[in-house]
Design a protein around this ligand. Sequence first.
Ligand code: SF4
Length: 254
Amino acid sequence: MNSDRRDFLLKTGKLLVLSSAAAAAWEAILAGRAETADNYKMSDHWWGMVIDIEACIGCGNCVRACKEENDVPRDPRYFRTWVERYTVESDDLEHPHVDSPNGGYDGFPEKPGADPRAKHFFVPKLCNHCAHSPCVQVCPVGATFESPDGVVLVDKAYCLGCRYCVQACPYGCRFINPATETVDKCSLCYHRITKGLTTACCETCPTGARQLGDLKNPNDPIHQFLRDHAVHVLKPQMATGAKVYYNGLDGSVR
Ligand code: SF4
């Protein structure tokens, strides 16, 4: 939540409805402390991710690891990250065929009868942790917010389950978790990255197609990757400040 919005909510007393646990979490966030990591300073970091489409083999390791790590319901309607397979025939970028059986959880079976001349590639997707997040702007109670280290988070204790943010996300990255009846989405494994670990999806990717990066750390390999590759973000026309950077994105990907 930006400071103007937070000040407004404080002035209007809306933060007073926080539960004690949520209030404690908020105090930690506003004080620059994250979760249980004692030496983590939010202002030192600005997180993003690079995804190298040319390296993704569609194995689904990332999808399985994410569900396991973050206790995402196994029901195939719910994902914090998923993988789409694009099939582009005759360079017809306007009409790609996209499939994502079970979100890519089990990998991708070969398509019978597929045109061998068609171009195939895999596109992992997740929350883009936008710097100007449409989801944050529509949340009526400030339950979804941008943390100072560039991660879009949800305070479940405060979420009403109203779905405004689900509608507002241009990337389809949010869902209502049936177990909590609050909104759920990728947190960039915040509980891990604040302790110096990478995300579960990056850790289990066998090809390095996904790489967490700290854009504020000049020594982070993400900078070299961004210098060496012509990366793009999804839906750049929406000017969301998306921080998931794709290498190898062609015009067919939406
Ligand atoms: S684990 Fe890596 S290679 Fe496998 S589907 Fe995910 S991004 Fe692609």
